[in-house]
Design a protein around this ligand. Structure first.
Ligand SMILES: [Zn+2]
Length: 231
């Protein structure tokens, strides 16, 4: 069975990423990834575009239909990675965390709390014990080490598969952390099935400070320009 390199959490210009879907795909290919998802905030549009692009260009890359949904649960907002094997009805999904979970059951999608203990970035925190889920993002390249280690420990306690992702917001960050997944076939169903079965080895990594600093300054320039012209 082939083992593939996968990074299943990244952002494009469809939300707060700095690079286009096409640029993120080419970076993924350069880094040897065989499976990705573009998980823009509260929209599947980036991943839909990515699926169309690889199909059009005949690129061998598995793209999961994904979204980092800011869901609501007992008065709290939390980020949930939703990863699906096929394109669905664009952005027609519930944001209530429990209803969203049911929606993922109906559509064979994965429901994964993102950086659960990074509460500055909408991690679900202790509510993780209340939620049903398929796996836990135990390692996120943008989260502090301690926060990640706690997520891994919780996943082990709960007996849940662990995934590790870059949460890249620009091309250089792609695959900073990733997974090695043992798959039957190079297709989205197989990737999802292997995650559910825990056939995943996580490869931890962090965003190098120089790349992060460059991202922050580029983002600031973008914000300033927007402010100047579109005020
Ligand atoms: Zn993210």
């Amino acid at each position: 069975m082939p083992k593939i390199k996968a990074d299943l959490h990244m952002h494009s210009t469809y939300s707060d990423g700095l690079n286009t879907v096409e640029e993120m795909i080419h970076s993924a290919l350069e880094k040897g990834l065989k499976a990705i998802s573009i998980t823009d905030h509260n929209t599947f549009k980036g991943s839909k575009k990515a699926i169309e692009y690889v199909k059009d260009k005949g690129i061998e890359l598995v793209v999961l239909y994904g979204n980092e949904v800011r869901a609501r649960y007992s008065g709290k907002l939390m980020d949930i990675l939703v990863l699906c094997p096929q394109v669905l009805d664009d952005d027609n999904y519930p944001i209530d965390a429990v209803k969203l979970y049911e929606w993922t059951r109906k559509n064979n999608c994965l429901y994964i709390p993102a950086h659960p203990y990074d509460e500055r970035r909408y991690g679900c925190g202790e509510l993780i014990y209340d939620l049903d889920m398929d796996a836990i993002e135990g390692w996120n390249a943008r989260a502090p080490r301690k926060v990640n280690e706690r997520a891994i420990a919780t996943a082990k306690t709960l007996g849940k598969p662990i995934v590790s992702n870059s949460d890249a917001h620009e091309v250089e960050m792609v695959a900073a952390a990733h997974n090695i997944i043992e798959v039957e076939e190079l297709d989205p169903y197989s990737v999802i099935d292997s995650i559910l079965k825990g056939k995943v080895k996580i490869v931890r990594g962090t965003i190098p400070p120089s790349i992060y600093a460059r991202y922050v300054s580029k983002k600031l320039v973008k914000k300033t320009v927007r402010h100047m012209f579109f005020k």
